[in-house]
Design a binder for this molecule. Structure first.
Ligand SMILES: [Fe+2]
Length: 336
């Protein structure tokens, strides 16, 4: 099925104030029933005209993940500039060093622990976590290494009413200090996680249900950074978490992408979770990610997410309110 951007925008109300009078024809081909669409015939770049950029953003809010095949013209700088298309400034990962020679790129290299094989939304241990992630495939295994995304808006809407009402009232603590909860991680991975990814430990409270600022939809904020629910002990938190996560990641709610080198996937990080399938053994896989800065999440009652603590491991000095966007070391990149 193919349809144009003008018709696709009707179901996804935009909060953008400057709507172009006409949307261009974009060839949008849904990949799965509830999430994901391929955009064909586009040479992705920050030089796309404003009307086309607007239509791409509308398609993103609607489909949650967009795929652009074989964008071989893109280099790291071009990829960083793509954040303009998706309505915000690039932002580096808060703890993992950027790829040398780049300003904002997080490189996930399978030979250096970059295997994000756990369901998550990027960087939810921060109150203002990225609104959009842009991932480019550089080296792809001959077989395996697909990525799967899940639609957290559809998951919320499909919850039985009593569970939805419970979710509406819940808040959860998200932290990047979660290595012990990764059952498949090696000792080396755990140590790398502790010294790099969790070199500064965050604890942030998010509403479990947020109002998406661009689409107006309600979405669940959960994933592997959840430590526990506010007001619940670890035991009950784990069981509640499993119930909600199972609704998010049910196969009907997902899309899976078989990467080719040069492919770009862009996801609405406020309406999805993702999982990089770790089924390619010793084959080499390298992907590079740029994220678009996002605002602080807002719950149904208008309350904003808040970072309760932010502590460096080396000095154990609280950094609440301080800016430490970029780490200085150049070691490897664990799960993002
Ligand atoms: Fe990720």
């Amino acid at each position: 099925m193919t349809y144009d951007a003008a018709s696709s925008t009707a179901a996804a109300p935009s909060r953008e104030t400057h709507t172009p009078p006409t949307a261009p024809h974009l060839e949008i081909v849904p990949v799965a029933g509830r999430i994901g669409a391929e955009i064909r015939g586009i040479r992705l770049g920050a030089d796309l005209d404003p009307t086309t950029q607007h239509a791409i953003r509308q398609a993103l809010w609607r489909h949650k993940v967009l795929f652009f095949r074989r964008q071989h013209h893109l280099d790291d700088a071009h990829q960083e500039a793509l954040t303009d298309v998706f309505g915000g400034a690039p932002v580096p990962h808060p703890t993992v060093p950027v790829k040398p020679g780049s300003r904002y790129i997080l490189e996930l290299d399978s030979q250096h622990g970059g295997r994000a094989d756990s369901w998550h939304t990027d960087v939810t241990f921060e109150a203002a976590y990225p609104k959009v992630s842009i991932l480019r495939a550089v080296t792809v295994p001959a077989a395996g290494g697909d990525t799967t995304w899940a639609n957290t808006v559809a998951a919320y809407e499909d919850l039985p009413a009593p569970l939805r009402q419970l979710a509406d009232t819940l808040w959860a603590v998200h932290s990047n200090d979660y290595a012990a909860r990764r059952p498949h991680a090696s000792e080396a991975d755990r140590e790398r996680h502790r010294t790099v990814f969790a070199s500064t430990v965050y604890e942030t409270e998010h509403p479990v249900v947020q109002v998406h600022p661009d689409s107006g939809e309600r979405a669940l904020i959960l994933g592997h950074f959840v430590k526990q629910f506010v007001g619940f002990n670890r035991f009950d938190s784990q069981r509640l978490f499993e119930i909600f996560q199972a609704h998010i990641t049910r196969p009907e709610n997902t899309v899976r992408w078989r990467w080719a080198e040069g492919d770009v996937a862009v996801w609405d990080n406020r309406a999805t979770q993702h999982y990089a399938i770790n089924d390619y053994g010793d084959q080499h896989r390298v992907v590079r990610r740029v994220t678009v800065d996002g605002g602080v999440a807002v719950g149904l009652d208008g309350r904003h997410s808040v970072t309760r603590s932010k502590v460096t491991r080396s000095s154990d000095v609280a950094l609440e309110g301080a800016s430490s966007r970029r780490a200085e070391s150049t070691t490897a990149s664990p799960v993002a």
